[in-house]
Design a protein around this ligand. Structure first.
Ligand SMILES: Nc1ncnc2c1ncn2[C@@H]1O[C@H](COP(=O)(O)OP(=O)(O)OP(=O)(O)O)[C@@H](O)[C@H]1O
Ligand SMILES: [Mg+2]
Length: 282
């Protein structure tokens, strides 16, 4: 830092009047894509070994898009996801989320952002053991300081929306894999986030549960939430509007299948099947 500079940028930013910051942010948010990654690289240093997990990745994701990220094991998918979710910082390059550069945020801002705007879903569910489904879903609300009654109501509603209304008091060990993942999805959406990040969410699920979880993601996307989903499976990627391939830390392919503002493929199919059914019913 330059000698005499008035503190790190995050501090200076925090000292500016709140109204001024909020007005600027509203303006830039309206224009900015949800996600803007510019020339991002990530290098892990393990003693003398350097692993270049991401190499000069640039990527824009519009609000309301549904993106699948594919690539072989070790290609950098989870590394990219961790950066998109502000769980890790790039070694080089810029990451701007909703118009704000993550480098301008301090740890409080980042955890606030992760808590309020982003819902995470992982392959291994990451539920708290020996704790009921409803208490698991309440957790992010407890961190956000929501009072007990509202917490319970919202958690119950989120569980109902993933078809788990009858399993509120079951602990993770008393649920099937597909049910555990639906609880994890309820936990991800209970804070009403604008961005859902899912790393191999169907990796441990059978085909029936995979369909259930993908249908829920499609519905969330239909409600204008941005969804970014990592997967190895081509039929899972087919549910997205756009498919990005990573290879050796680089984007090698970026294909749009469905427009950002169109319904996701699963919802389109549902609608046309419904259309066919009602035609037939006449
Ligand atoms: N914390 C870490 N420290 C050191 N190296 C790491 C770390 N995390 C990941 N790597 C390395 O970075 C590269 C990319 O890893 P990443 O986890 O992003 O791959 P991935 O595409 O998610 O793979 P998979 O499909 O197996 O989950 C790999 O070579 C991995 O060994
Ligand atoms: Mg991974």
């Amino acid at each position: 830092m330059t000698p005499g500079a008035p503190g790190p940028p995050a501090r200076r930013e925090r000292e500016r009047p709140l109204i001024e910051r909020a007005a600027e942010q509203r303006g830039s948010r309206r224009r900015a894509p949800a996600i803007h990654v510019e020339h991002v690289s990530k290098t892990y240093e393990l003693g003398p070994i350097r692993v270049r997990a991401l190499r000069d990745v640039s990527l824009k994701i519009a609000r309301g898009d549904f993106v699948a990220i594919m690539g072989s094991s070790g290609s950098g998918k989870s590394t990219l996801m961790n950066i998109l979710g502000c769980l890790d910082l790039p070694s080089a390059g810029r990451y701007v989320i909703d118009g704000t550069d993550v480098r301008d945020m301090d740890e409080d801002d980042l955890s606030d952002l992760r808590n309020r705007k982003i819902g995470f879903v992982f392959q291994s569910f990451n539920l708290v053991a020996r704790t009921s489904a409803v208490a698991n879903v309440e957790l992010p609300l407890a961190y956000a300081g929501v009072d007990r009654r509202a917490r319970r109501q919202r958690a119950e509603r989120a569980l109902a929306s993933v078809g788990m209304a009858k399993r509120l008091d079951h602990q993770p060990s008393e649920l099937s894999g597909g049910q555990q993942q639906r609880v994890a999805v309820a936990r991800a959406l209970v804070t009403n986030p604008t961005l859902i990040l899912a790393d191999e969410p169907t990796g441990n699920l059978d085909s029936h549960s995979t369909e259930d979880v993908l249908r829920i993601f499609a519905e969330l996307n239909e409600q204008r939430r941005t969804v970014v989903l990592i997967t190895h499976e081509p039929d899972v990627a087919e549910q997205a509007k756009r498919v990005i391939h990573l290879s050796d830390g680089r984007i090698t392919e970026d294909a749009r299948r469905v427009g950002v503002h169109e319904p996701p493929p699963a919802v389109q199919r549902q609608k046309s099947a419904h259309g066919v059914a009602s035609e037939a019913g006449r």
